[in-house]
Design a protein around this ligand. Structure first.
Ligand code: PLP
Length: 373
């Protein structure tokens, strides 16, 4: 992937890019597309938008990414594509997963929503599958408000994407303004120390319908269908161009911050994820596993330390029987559910300076907190 490639096929959202790729690969209504549990509803939504069926593969025990053994078990005669995910920027086992996909003759798509620059054996994620897609929302490594890209490593698929792309329209002016307003508000207001109050505000405004939340109601709204035929807005395209210019600087920063968390967080309260030597992750957020998560996060909120919980269910943010609306049967992927109950993550973005690193590290290591509790 050259950053220029990310500017060629840009869509309203990452899930729209995924849908375009699936269509380009000839996936049709009724076909099965495998994806991992411990994911975001955006992914099954993209799959279901073209009438395909999501099928869930478990993650590795104690891990964040697709388990090759379970993939092998879940592949069936109706499986027409496999979506693998590099959760939080930790690369999936692309070699092993890629070999299984090739042996079965099934195309592989990389979900690079969490990383543009992680590497495996020196090679960039996004270059291992037939195609990859990216997302540019607030929690993603490149933030432009809302948007996504599709990249193909296959000439025929690239041509199909290009033909298909002519039928996409830009987002309506109102939606563009809404996105721009949100983008600027976030740029001004967000710091790790304002994470918690901003999060409550966002939830209040989106449940009141003042702003649009991150998640559509899949079956009930007409808006998603139209959104799946939209490109990324012009303003977002310009922001993407600008952001990609500083990608190397951003990557170096995220690596440094994650490196500090990795070496300085030493406590029985949380466990670091293991990173195989051939992987060079660039973490969009730094993941940790916590046994007493509820209590820990409550204290973090009081201490104004940014600790996020996602994905807290197998298909975030759906819970219980709502998971069935995207074809996930509770209990199906026990490793994913185990991870979802324990995952927490720390920010690594440009607003994280030495002071924020120190506060997060001290908080987790159990140094006396600034506020009682
Ligand atoms: C955010 C995200 C996406 C895409 O999100 P959009 O809102 O459609 O841009 C896809 N996969 C994962 C794992 C994500 O976290």
């Amino acid at each position: 992937m050259v950053t220029k490639d990310l500017e060629r096929f840009t869509y309203f959202r990452g899930r729209v890019a995924l849908a375009a790729i699936l269509r380009g690969l000839g996936v049709r209504s009724g076909d099965e597309v495998l994806l991992q549990a411990f994911t975001c509803v955006a992914v099954p939504e993209g799959i279901m938008s073209i009438g395909a069926r999501p099928g869930y593969v478990d993650v590795e025990a104690g891990g964040l990414n697709m388990d090759p053994a379970d993939l092998e078990d879940k592949i069936g005669s109706s499986t027409k594509a496999i979506v693998i995910q590099h959760s939080f920027g930790l690369p999936a086992d692309v070699m092993h997963l890629g070999r299984i996909a090739r042996e079965h003759g099934i195309p592989l798509i990389e979900d690079c929503a969490h990383t543009l620059t992680s590497r495996v054996e020196g090679r960039l994620v996004g270059s291992f599958g037939d195609a990859a897609f990216y997302s540019y929302e607030a929690a993603k490594p490149v933030f432009v408000g809302i948007g996504g890209s599709a990249v193909s490593n296959d000439e025929q698929l690239t041509k199909r994407l290009a033909d298909d792309y002519t039928q996409y329209e830009g987002p309506p002016a109102v939606a563009q303004l809404e996105t721009a307003a949100m983008f600027h508000a976030y740029q001004i207001a967000y710091r790790p120390s304002t994470y918690w109050p901003l999060r409550s505000l966002f939830r209040t405004l989106s449940s009141a319908g003042v702003i649009r939340g991150n998640y559509n109601k899949i079956a009930s709204s007409e808006r998603p269908a139209a959104d799946f035929r939209r490109r990324m807005g012009g303003l977002q395209q310009r922001l993407l161009y600008r952001e990609l210019q500083s990608l190397d600087t951003q990557t170096a920063h995220r690596k440094r911050v994650a490196g500090e968390y990795q070496s300085l967080i030493r406590t029985g309260r949380v466990t670091h994820l293991s990173v195989p030597a051939r992987m060079e992750p660039v973490f969009s957020r730094y993941p940790l596993l916590a046994e007493n998560r509820t209590e820990l996060v409550e204290r973090a909120r009081e201490a104004r330390v940014e600790i996020a919980i996602f994905y807290d269910t197998a298909v975030h943010p759906l819970e219980g029987s709502a998971l069935r609306t995207v074809g996930y049967e509770p209990g199906l992927c026990p490793n994913a559910e185990w991870t979802a109950e324990r995952i927490i993550s720390l920010p690594t973005g440009p607003r994280v300076g030495n002071e924020q690193i120190r506060r997060a590290v001290n908080f987790l290591n159990g140094a006396p907190a600034a506020t009682p509790g």
